[in-house]
Design a protein around this ligand. Structure first.
Ligand code: SER
Length: 623
């Protein structure tokens, strides 16, 4: 096996396809997809090439090769292990109707075994097992066998594993065959071992996708006129193999960044190492995303960027790294030092990258401070015995309740580990089961309520959806005032563009009623009333007259969001809800009902939008 630097590997790959196999090298595209609403980021090398996979002619011909930097958030929870990244570089070669399975597999095999000189007996393969949409890919398996991969090293897997694409909801896709390298504890894999029966010790390094289908809007697959090949090799993973290191973080280009975050003598502590890896990955991603023109905020990809930076800071905090503004820029500078020779835009944007990170770090620091204040307040309330409860088996221990721990996580970004640490300093233990329950409830609520635009746990709490969420409460209250107290929520669905609210009412609303509801909501927005919540029991919420869907979805503690001020008698709405909401109604902007219609017997539906509010909002807090 050859030992190659990351740079040399990049070069060897491109040269192999250009010089030996007549491909044309094309530049990598921006991380921000052009004219493509189906994804937030460029997730693979094939992504900018979708029109050509669908039959459009590419100006550089039908055989292309490049290195594409990619962002994928769906594996974000795996980041911190030895091989998963949200930002990575992908080496890829494509055929638009030129070579197909035989050609692609032969070239992959030749590159791995002749150029990189990887030992054949440490390679294994998976192929598509077949289902009702497409047949089993025996053809690929036979080609591998003809090249000398023994039958026992070829596994067959279902669509979940051996099928790629489309990148969004629709588009080119097809069965794939994946290449794996043995990284198990023994020098060679045991007889019969392959990735279909051992997921741990085989590292996926390359994927050849045979794009011969187009997935349509209705979920069906039609054969493409042009049969294509899309391959993707993980640069960091292959560099790890060639350099004989334990993880992608220890390759020549990543190691200096890791060292900058955590001293090598501390890597033995696996928890610390995990956090350090998360920091390296997330800030590497953030640096590249900013270089490609995005700034952190609360919508779409800017929100993903914000979450990446904040997750990195949380990890920094968890391992005791000071973060008062200069931590993230320091790491970014190392990222630029390592990658700037290949990605020139990192160098030209260095100042901008650093100042954006500094600002975000400072701002998040303030949110964390607020969270700390909330924590301290909760502890003193506990001490006063107001919220304290005793563990039945031990009447001396006081627990920190799970709902508050979840609130710290949800509103202030406190990971449970941080709350546990802070609680331990106060001699308290955290009700982790309660936290997990609150977490699950919240996830169920947001799953039910949101059209999934973000994957990988980055749920949509953007400024726009938050405004619409508060507008929904105002609408609910206004409908009850105009149509009567029988009105109850039957469903709610919010996207970044509009709200949709279903409620029981037997007749079509008149134009006058619609206008009156709209007027009432806008009046409350004009009045710029405060919005805040408090925690109480379901019984307590009922007593104070809060509206809600009183079914089993609520835990023992609920949040009641109040719009208006009790002391000034300006309360307009009182509703049980998980949040988040804007902190003042004035942030919502103008409210406009676009449609009123029937959805079922006795159930009406309203669609409404808000316009003209500020781009940045403050989130309603505990009163
Ligand atoms: N699109 C495929 C992947 O991302 C191959 O490039 O794995």
């Amino acid at each position: 096996m050859r030992s190659l630097s990351t740079d040399a590997l990049r070069r060897a790959y491109i040269d192999f396809f250009v010089k030996k196999h007549g491909h044309v090298e094309i530049p990598g595209a921006s991380l921000i997809p052009e004219n493509d609403p189906t994804v937030l980021f460029t997730t693979a090398g094939m992504h900018p090439l979708v029109p050509y996979l669908l039959g459009e002619k590419h100006p550089s011909g039908s055989c292309l090769v490049n290195c594409q930097h990619c962002v994928r958030t769906q594996d974000i929870d795996e980041v911190g292990d030895s091989s998963h990244l949200t930002f990575f570089e992908m080496l890829g070669n494509w055929s638009f109707g030129a070579y197909f399975k035989e050609g692609a597999i032969r070239m992959s095999f030749q590159f791995l075994t002749e150029v990189l000189e990887l030992p054949k007996n440490k390679l294994a393969i998976t192929c598509f097992a077949g289902d009702t949409d497409a047949p089993c890919d025996n053809e690929s398996a036979r080609i591998w066998e003809s090249l000398g991969i023994p039958n026992e090293r070829i596994g067959f897997l279902t669509k979940a594993k051996n099928w790629w694409g489309p990148a969004g909801h629709t588009g080119p896709c097809g069965p794939d065959t994946e290449m794996f390298y043995w990284i198990g504890p023994s020098e060679f894999p045991p007889p019969g071992s392959n990735p279909a029966n051992d997921e741990v010790n085989w590292l996926e390094i390359w994927n050849d996708v045979f794009m011969e289908y187009n997935k349509r809007e209705d979920g069906t697959f039609e054969p493409l006129r042009q049969r294509n090949v899309d391959t993707g090799m993980g640069l960091e993973r292959v560099a790890q193999v060639l350099q004989g290191v334990e993880s992608v973080y220890e390759t020549d280009e990543m190691l200096p960044i890791l060292k900058r975050v955590l001293r090598e003598d501390l890597w033995g502590d696996i928890q610390r190492l995990r956090h350090a890896r998360i920091i390296v990955d997330h800030l590497r991603a953030a640096t590249f995303i900013i270089a490609d023109g995005i700034e952190p905020s609360n919508v779409d990809r800017s929100y993903v960027l914000r979450r990446l930076i904040r997750r990195a800071i949380r990890s920094a905090r968890a391992i005791g790294i000071e973060h008062s503004g200069s931590f993230t820029p320091t790491v970014a500078k190392e990222v630029i030092a390592q990658h700037g020779h290949v990605y020139g835009s990192l160098r030209t944007n260095e100042q901008k990258i650093c100042s954006i990170l500094r600002r975000e770090e400072e701002q998040f620091g303030k949110t964390l401070q607020e969270g700390l204040r909330h924590f301290t307040k909760t502890v003193s309330t506990l001490r006063d015995g107001v919220q304290a409860w005793r563990a039945p088996q031990d009447d001396t221990v006081t627990h920190f309740d799970g709902h508050t721990a979840f609130h710290l996580y949800d509103t202030y970004g406190f990971p449970i580990e941080l709350t546990k640490e802070l609680a331990a300093e106060q001699g308290l233990s955290v009700d982790e089961a309660g936290f997990a329950k609150a977490f699950e409830e919240h996830q169920e609520l947001s799953r039910a309520g949101a059209e999934k635009k973000f994957t990988g746990g980055l749920a949509d709490h953007s400024a726009e959806t938050t405004k619409l969420h508060t507008a929904t409460h105002l609408l609910n209250a206004a409908l009850r005032k105009v149509l009567g107290q029988h009105v109850q929520q039957k469903g709610s669905n919010i996207t970044a563009e509009r709200l949709r609210f279903d409620f029981n009412h037997s007749e079509k609303m008149t134009q006058e009623q619609i206008a009156e509801v709209e007027r009432l909501v806008n009046e409350v927005i004009e009045a710029d009333l405060p919005v805040a919540y408090h925690l109480t029991t379901v019984e307590g919420a009922k007593r104070e007259g809060a509206v809600g869907v009183f079914d089993e979805r609520y835990g023992s503690q609920v949040k009641v969001y109040v719009v208006g001020d009790d002391t000034k008698k300006t309360v307009f709405s009182r509703e049980i809800c998980g949040g988040p909401h804007v902190s003042r109604t004035g942030m919502i902007g103008a409210f406009n009902i676009q449609k009123e219609e029937s959805v079922a017997a006795g159930v009406r539906r309203i669609k409404a939008v808000v316009t003209g509010g500020p781009a940045e909002i403050d989130v309603a807090r505990e009163m």
